[in-house]
Design a protein around this ligand. Structure first.
Ligand code: HEC
Ligand code: HEC
Ligand code: HEC
Ligand code: HEC
Length: 264
């Protein structure tokens, strides 16, 4: 595991960039493919075959995340789409609708607000795509550490770092997702109990088809039931799956993404 902490800002390492109209490092259009999207790491990294902070000499895009051979053999996501990065192994603190101070009195981190039906067990919360995202978005793994390559480019902007370590509460030794939308729970169990959560297996007639890249909510769920990072985001910015920025499967405008699942 190569984990390098960096305090420098990402912008200092940008090479060849001109204007940055989008709030992120890269400006792009939703649903136009990965090459021009923020997930083409070569857009941030100098192209050189050696040294630190290098992009891929052949401008390969997939390589930062996948490999055709010798994929990582370990990890805890339970899902390994030919992954070419070390999977972060620690548990993350889940959303539970409570304030940080309440975690400190609950060493199991299973306590939650009364409004929340979702049952999130930190031990399997990151199953599926979510843990894969954390091999960059944890804020400590260098994005150019892939395959057997040791990198050191770790953007520190809040657009990358979702799970900062070392912040309150005291139990946070691995990464904190308690201020992020809940993930890693069985959606269908919640929908069965909560009439304000739409059923996953009906056609989404309440959002115009042109504003979403899915027909049923079940398509957004890992193994048909688990809500993950990939429920809302399409990591590849594909035409068939991305409706809006930032890499969203349903348009953010008018909160259509939220209204896909929440009947409010
Ligand atoms: C920034 C990391 C990243 C890059 C770069 C990337 N992928 Fe992925 N890919 C993922 C993640 C994460 C998943 C699992 C998420 C999911 O299933 O939604 C995935 C899943 C896949 C899958 C299996 C699920 C599916 O969507 O079909 C295929 C195939 C795939 N990627 C192909 C590619 C190819 C080909 C490229 C390069 C053109 C590429 N990926 C680039 C992160 C990446
Ligand atoms: C319920 C839907 C949903 C889930 C689940 C979700 N996101 Fe997001 N994410 C969004 C939306 C919407 C935005 C845009 C927020 C904005 O523009 O105010 C966003 C923004 C982001 C950004 C851009 C930075 C930022 O803060 O705006 C990153 C990076 C990101 N998400 C990664 C992730 C990762 C990694 C996970 C899993 C741990 C995840 N997301 C889970 C909906 C979601
Ligand atoms: C190889 C490292 C890597 C992996 C793996 C990765 N990301 Fe990213 N992601 C980045 C970087 C770097 C950015 C650019 C941040 C910026 O613009 O400041 C980014 C940006 C984003 C954004 C913001 C896009 C925008 O419009 O600004 C979202 C959303 C996002 N990632 C979601 C995900 C999700 C969800 C996964 C897992 C399914 C994932 N990422 C996996 C490195 C990665
Ligand atoms: C893929 C479906 C889906 C999407 C998209 C989605 N949510 Fe959720 N959200 C859920 C589910 C399911 C829960 C758990 C509800 C429960 O346990 O009662 C939840 C929980 C929440 C909670 C916490 C509720 C509590 O009682 O603490 C809030 C707030 C929330 N979502 C807001 C949003 C917002 C805002 C958006 C849009 C940016 C959004 N959600 C998008 C499915 C989704």
């Amino acid at each position: 595991m190569k984990r390098i902490f960096r305090t420098g800002i990402a912008a200092a390492l940008l090479v060849g960039s001109t204007t940055l109209a989008h709030a992120g490092l890269v400006d792009y259009t939703a649903g136009t493919g990965i090459a021009t999207s923020p997930h083409n790491m070569n857009l941030y990294l100098p192209i050189a075959s050696s040294g630190t902070n290098t992009g891929d000499p052949g401008h390969q895009i997939c390589k930062f995340c996948h490999t055709p051979h010798n994929a990582v053999a370990t990890g805890q996501s339970g899902y390994n789409p030919l992954w070419n990065r070390n999977q972060v192994t620690q548990n993350f603190l889940p959303y539970n609708g409570l304030l940080a101070a309440d975690y400190m009195t609950d060493p199991t981190f299973l306590e939650k607000s009364e409004t929340l039906q979702a049952v999130i067990d930190p031990a399997d919360m990151m199953d599926g795509p979510s843990r894969l995202c954390m091999s960059c978005h944890d804020g400590t793994t260098a994005i150019d550490s892939y395959s057997d390559k040791m990198g050191s480019f770790t953007p520190t902007s809040s657009r990358v770092v979702l799970a900062p370590t070392g912040v309150s509460p005291a139990g946070d030794t691995g990464g904190n997702l308690m201020d992020d939308h809940p993930i890693g729970f069985d959606y269908n169990l919640v929908a069965a109990q909560d009439s304000k959560i739409h059923s996953a297996n009906v056609n989404i007639g309440w959002i115009p088809a042109s504003d979403r890249k899915c027909t049923q909510i079940s398509e957004l769920l890992y193994k048909g039931n688990k809500l993950t990072c990939a429920s809302c985001h399409d990591v590849h910015n594909t035409a068939a799956k991305t409706a809006d920025k930032p890499l969203l499967r349903v348009k953010a405008e008018g909160s259509k993404l939220c209204l896909t699942c929440h009947d409010k």
